[in-house]
Ligand binder design. Structure first.
Ligand SMILES: Nc1nc2c(ncn2[C@@H]2O[C@H](COP(=O)(O)OP(=O)(O)OP(=O)(O)O)[C@@H](O)[C@H]2O)c(=O)[nH]1
Ligand SMILES: [Mg+2]
Length: 413
């Protein structure tokens, strides 16, 4: 038993596959424009995961433009500096911005800037003619959202009205308070406007960048949940739908690699950074962190039994229906756990590992017991019959892979 607990091969596999999935994504490219101190970094830190502006790595692109990235988050930020300096420098900055935008546009939709957040402090009272022209010129090339930062109270709304009356060519003018504003020990003004920014951005960016944006943002967890569920539905339908070769209980371990692949995809689509211990807690809550064989046996001997009728009716055979109930329950419970962790992370809290495991365990058991009466699960199960059957010999292939893994392990021991 002691040895079994130390086997982290599935954890490593999940980390590796998740990483590969994220690397395959086209990142979303966001340009931040605004004078120093308006709140560009504060905005980014609250809109995107892991306080991206503070923890990302910045590299100069031009004299006044920096590119900020962080491994594991599919976004490229372009941050401007120098717009508050002399007129000459401002002209230089603007030129650099246009050159950068044009240069990237030439390289196609995945390289181009997808959206510009043009930040103006909401407590300013007016914008200059030159700035108005600049915004309009930008808006001809890329969708621009004017973000009125540090928006508190009526003055911000009045300023918004003033800018809207200028009829700029922009997507919208939004009043935003990216981080709660503490007035006194008892009085804090809450965040505002971030969800609107997410909704709008999602609408204006190209299809190619939407997946990455859903991953990178941390404001709309529900959007992450929905995207992950949509993907899982398709995966389960194509894997266990019509054409799925029923497998004997003794072969149930072949389900494990598919489920690990599925969970890795879900993690990438959802967008969350899980460490080894969290993944281990989650896998442990399913039935052990001890390699595919052990997990597969656990799933068959304990989890399948929970599905009403699964073991008895089919007489030792796992049908596509049983496999999809099992896998759907796994997907849904896993997504719930990710949402739980993500919601805590936004507030700067990381849930206790025991709570993560406990949630995974109870939700999985509940969903399996409810089986087809679980409304969410019902939604995920394959309904259509137009799925292409799996390629011939898939069962054989997965089995080979599994036995190779076991061999590798033996040689290590
Ligand atoms: N409470 C609160 N303070 C904010 C907000 N936005 C900006 N601030 C304040 O303004 C300061 C400057 O904000 P930054 O986000 O660093 O501004 P910036 O545009 O990135 O500035 P540069 O990097 O110098 O160009 C912060 O340290 C905060 O004190 C906000 O939404 N809420
Ligand atoms: Mg900054």
């Amino acid at each position: 038993m002691g040895k079994a607990e130390l086997d982290f091969s599935l954890v490593e596999e999940m980390l590796q596959k998740t990483k590969e999935e994220i690397e395959k994504m086209n990142p979303v490219n966001v340009l931040l424009v605004g004078k120093t101190g308006v709140g560009k970094s504060t905005l980014v830190n609250n809109v995107f995961r892991e306080r991206l502006a503070s923890t990302g790595i910045g590299k100069p692109v031009t004299k006044h433009l920096r590119r900020i990235e962080k491994e594991g988050i599919p976004i490229v930020l372009y941050d401007t500096r120098g717009l508050e300096l002399s007129k000459d420098v401002q002209a230089e900055v603007r030129k650099e911005i246009f050159l950068t935008i044009d240069g990237k546009q030439d390289k196609g939709p995945t390289e181009s800037i997808h959206v510009i957040y043009y930040c103006i402090n909401a407590n300013s009272s007016r914008i200059e003619e030159a700035e108005i022209d600049f915004i309009n010129e930008l808006a001809e090339k890329v969708p621009v959202v004017i973000v009125l930062t540090q928006s508190i109270g009526e003055t911000a709304e009045e300023f918004k009205g003033y800018i809207e009356a200028l009829n700029l060519n922009v997507v919208a003018v939004l009043t935003i308070l990216a981080e709660p504003f503490v007035i006194s020990k008892d009085i804090t003004i809450p965040q505002k406007g971030l969800k609107d920014l997410i909704t709008l951005t999602f609408e204006v960016i190209p299809e190619e960048a939407k997946k990455a944006f859903t991953n990178a943002q941390q404001v709309d967890i529900e959007r992450k949940v929905k995207a992950a569920r949509r993907w899982a539905t398709r995966y389960i339908a194509t894997t266990f739908g019509i054409g799925f070769t029923p497998i004997p209980f003794s072969d149930a371990t072949v389900l494990v690699p598919m489920q690990i692949t599925m969970m890795s995809h879900i993690t990438a689509i959802f967008g969350i950074s899980l460490d080894r211990t969290s993944i281990a807690s989650i896998l442990g809550a399913i039935g052990g962190t001890s390699g595919a064989t052990y997990l597969g046996r656990y799933i068959v001997s304990n989890l399948i039994k929970l599905i009403p009728g699964a073991g008895t009716v089919a007489g030792g055979i796992i049908s596509g229906g049983t496999a999809s109930v099992l896998t759907s329950a796994l997907a849904l419970s896993y997504i719930e756990v990710l949402a739980f962790i993500a919601k805590g992370e936004v507030k700067g809290e990381y849930p206790d590992l025991r709570n993560i495991g406990e949630l995974m365990h109870t939700r999985l058991q509940e969903r399996l017991k409810n089986g087809k009466n679980d409304a969410d699960l019902q939604e995920l199960l394959p309904q259509k019959s137009d799925n292409p059957p799996p390629k011939k010999g898939w069962l054989q292939k997965v089995k080979q892979r599994l036995s190779k893994k076991e061999d590798d392990k033996k040689t290590v021991e």
